[in-house]
Structure formats: structure tokens, C-alpha cells
Design a protein around this ligand. Structure first.
Ligand code: DQA
Length: 149
């Protein structure tokens, strides 16, 4: 099973940016944890981060041609603005789980909108960086047919 973990803008700044919202774990530590978690479970995981909307669209499209089975995505601020990312996910029809480190539902009004939520299997919010591991579990359960959503 091959999964892609995509992170949008400013998530490379984890550990530095607003620890009260995003905690103290760095992006590189998180990547290491995700890689180890997937390796232990025999899951092939690829991680991708970009600050650029078009690059994220390109990577989602590439996932189709690479035969990726599932996507975990934290689009960062593009969650709240990007029809292009939504269209890319719809175009490839690869099952996806949305994850946010912070509890977006308790934050500013503009963070209440997600352009991808309704096309994702599930959304995880507010569980810190551990939420990525939860998102992987959820995605894998669905891909293995152990869960409806
Ligand atoms: C975020 C929440 C977004 O509103 C914000 O723009 C981010 C991170 C999160 O993981 O909590 O960059 O997606």
C-alpha cells in the first residue's frame, strides 16, 4: 500500500510557528515519526510539503500516475481558499483524509470553511501532530476495507 502525506504552506515552520496552536514538534521530527510509523506497518509512505498552491496541485496529479492508494492532506491555509486543490483531489479520485493540527473549529471564522472537507473520507482536527498518525490509521482502515469511513 502506497500513501502520500501532503503538507501545505507554513507547515515546514512547525516547531517555530505559533506553538500555542501547532505545538513544538518540528516538521523534520514529524516526518521521521510518520516514516517510522508507516515502515512498522509495511506501508510505503511518501511525504511532500510545499508553500505553493500549483506545486501542491501538481503533486496530487502526480499521485494518480504514481499509483498512490491514499492521501493524508493538511493543506494549511489553502484549506480555506483553494478550489484548485479541491478540484485536484476530485480529479484523481484517490481516497483522502484531511488533517489539521489545531482545533480549527474553535478558531477564527475564516478557518471554519474547508474546500476539501466534503470530498474527504474524514477530517481530524485538534489532536496536534499525533493527528497525522490517526489520519494514517483511518485511511489505511478504509483502504483495507476494515472501515466504511
Ligand atoms: C492548519 C490550520 C490552518 O487554518 C492554518 O492556516 C494552517 C495549519 C492546522 O494544521 O491546524 O496553516 O491547517
Amino acid at each position: 500500500m502506497k500513501i502520500l502525506i501532503i503538507n501545505g504552506p507554513n507547515l515546514n515552520m512547525l516547531g517555530i510557528r505559533e506553538p500555542s496552536h501547532y505545538g513544538r514538534e518540528t516538521y523534520s521530527s514529524l516526518c521521521g515519526r510518520i516514516e517510522a510509523y508507516c515502515a512498522e506497518r509495511g506501508i510505503e509512505a511518501e511525504l511532500y510539503q510545499s508553500n505553493h498552491e500549483g506545486a501542491l496541485v501538481d503533486r496530487i496529479q502526480q499521485a494518480y500516475f504514481d499509483g498512490v492508494d491514499g492521501i493524508v492532506i493538511n493543506p494549511g491555509a489553502y484549506t480555506h481558499t483553494s478550489i484548485a486543490l479541491r478540484d485536484a483531489l476530485s480529479a484523481v479520485s484517490i481516497p483522502a483524509v484531511e488533517i489539521h493540527i489545531s482545533a480549527v473549529e474553535t478558531r477564527e471564522a475564516f478557518r471554519q470553511i474547508s474546500y476539501i472537507r466534503d470530498i474527504c473520507i474524514k477530517t481530524i482536527t485538534g489532536h496536534g501532530t499525533d493527528g497525522y498518525l490517526e489520519a494514517i490509521d483511518c485511511l489505511v482502515a478504509v483502504l483495507e476495507g476494515k472501515s466504511e469511513s
